[in-house]
Write a protein that binds this ligand. Structure first.
Ligand SMILES: Cc1cc2nc3c(=O)[nH]c(=O)nc-3n(C[C@H](O)[C@H](O)[C@H](O)COP(=O)(O)OP(=O)(O)OC[C@H]3O[C@@H](n4cnc5c(N)ncnc54)[C@H](O)[C@@H]3O)c2cc1C
Length: 325
């Protein structure tokens, strides 16, 4: 452990963690960002062809222009942008180092990682939600052919693919794999494609379904996954269809265990929303702040980069005013 006590330790180098670091730097506070994976790890793990629903200026941080030739940037452009911004501000970050615990004693936090121990007066938790997929909890879910993440459509060429879910991720995966020659079946719990699906994508999937090019089972649930097939409970009975891969894109959730181990209270009656003051983003633990999409608990549609990048300013201003008082 070094003797340095940082003003702030920021957990997670996603867009919002980096935005917090930029604000800290601009205000001459000492800080360190600790990230378990690569820089903007969640974005790195998004599907290779993913297009953001936001226009590029709404994804900007640190007042750095995000220049793209199309209004909606692609994953690769976002990786390039956030890396350039991170490096331009010479952000002090440790990558591939996981925060395991964080305890406060006599006004100082000790943050223990997979590599070291650090101390800080303030901690910002900006850990997102993309690390913890929501499980189906059905037999066969642990088979290697089942994944909660989708990357490259080519992999699924000429295979029987089941895509579970009706959100943007599921619909992108269904359309892309279909266009690489997969035989795609969508299994959807509700009676429709999510109204949140990108407005320029929704007609495409609806037409593919209407033309019989992509199969869909509404009001249905995957019951069991076998080596070469899968069993679906549909309104017309239980059916078993041939299957090579399952993309269970059923959403993600923040790492609640980690948050609770820090002492952050979760609202069990309201989507496990972590406790924080919306004016300052300070959690129930004084000097521990929440930033970015982690704030939504299970409501992962509540916060995006667009509307949570303001957390950086709220938090740093609060830290400065606490220091002055
Ligand atoms: C497919 C998809 C498309 C999206 N499209 C848009 C869009 O168009 N516009 C928009 O505004 N938002 C969009 N979002 C939402 C938002 O962009 C992302 O969720 C964004 O990554 C949130 O930023 P963040 O910094 O809060 O969290 P994240 O980017 O998830 O960053 C959290 C970081 O914390 C790290 N971390 C977690 N635990 C630890 C630990 N214990 N120790 C160290 N590091 C840790 C993670 O590795 C990660 O890098 C999209 C989300 C998804 C999933």
């Amino acid at each position: 452990m070094s003797n340095q006590i940082y003003d702030i330790i920021i957990i997670g180098a996603g867009p919002i963690g980096i935005a917090c670091a930029i604000e800290a730097k601009k205000n001459n506070l000492t800080y360190l960002v600790i990230e378990k994976g690569c820089l903007v790890n969640s974005l790195y793990n998004y599907p290779i062809n993913m297009t953001f629903f936001s226009t590029s200026e709404k994804l900007e941080i640190g007042e750095m222009p995000f220049v793209t030739t199309n209004p909606k940037p692609k994953r690769a452009e976002a990786l390039e942008y956030y890396r350039r911004v991170h490096n331009k501000f010479n952000i002090n970050s440790q990558l591939f180092e996981t925060v395991l615990s964080c305890k406060k004693h006599k006004g100082i936090f000790t943050v223990i990682t997979s590599k070291k121990e650090y101390q800080a007066k303030n901690v910002i938790v900006s850990t997102g939600f993309y690390d913890c997929p929501i499980s189906l909890n059905i037999p066969g879910e642990n088979l290697p052919k089942v994944s909660h993440y989708y990357n490259d459509p080519h992999y699924y060429a000429n295979q029987h693919v089941i895509v579970v879910g009706a959100s943007n991720s599921s619909i992108d995966a269904a359309l892309e794999t279909y266009r690489k020659g997969a035989k795609v079946t969508l299994v959807i719990r509700s009676n429709e494609i999510s109204p949140r699906v990108k407005y320029w994508v929704k007609p495409d999937i609806e037409n593919r379904i209407a033309e019989g090019e992509i199969d869909v089972y509404y009001h249905s649930n995957l019951m069991e996954i076998q080596e070469e097939s899968a069993t679906i409970k549909t309104p017309n009975g239980i059916i078993t269809i041939p299957n090579d891969f399952v993309l269970a894109l059923t959403g993600y959730k923040p790492n609640f265990k980690l948050l609770e181990s820090f002492g952050i209270e979760l609202d069990y009656k309201n989507a496990m929303i972590p406790s924080y003051n919306p004016n300052t983003m300070e959690s129930n633990i004084p000097n521990m702040y929440l930033a970015g999409v982690v704030c939504g608990g299970l409501n992962t549609h509540q916060w995006f980069i667009e509307n949570s990048r303001i957390h950086a300013n709220l938090i740093i201003q609060n830290i400065i005013s606490n220091d002055l008082s």
